[in-house]
Design a protein. Structure first.
Length: 116
């Protein structure tokens, strides 16, 4: 499973490890800013995309909107699962309303039932 995380402060790999997710079964990459987000999504082709909301220069919601427009245009493949993982639940709700598959507060991302 290929996992791409956009998060600028928290080490998501450490969150997954501490939550018992077996990283040996994942190809994991974290981007510490949202700069060139669509390029990184297209290059890495994740199965799971993890989006923080407060992440310069674009918010997670802006990345999601740009991604979904690119998917509609046929220029980028949509990840099978998009997870909104802001520390602010209302930001996750906004991303889910726009098309994310799951919304969860960041410290609980390892509890999602999608991990191997």
């Amino acid at each position: 499973m290929r996992v791409l995380a956009f998060e600028d402060h928290v080490d998501i790999e450490a969150v997954l490890i501490s939550g018992g997710v077996p990283l040996s079964e994942l190809q994991f990459e974290q981007r510490w800013s949202s700069e060139d987000a669509l390029h990184h999504i297209d290059r890495f082709r994740p199965d799971v995309l993890l989006l923080d909301h407060f992440m310069p220069p674009m918010t997670g919601l802006e990345v999601l909107d740009a991604l979904l427009k690119s998917v509609d245009a046929g220029t980028v493949v949509r990840p099978a699962i998009i997870v909104a993982m802001s520390s602010e639940p209302s930001c996750n709700d906004a991303m889910v309303a726009r098309g994310a598959d799951h919304g969860i507060v960041k410290p609980h991302v390892a509890t999602l039932d999608l991990w191997p």
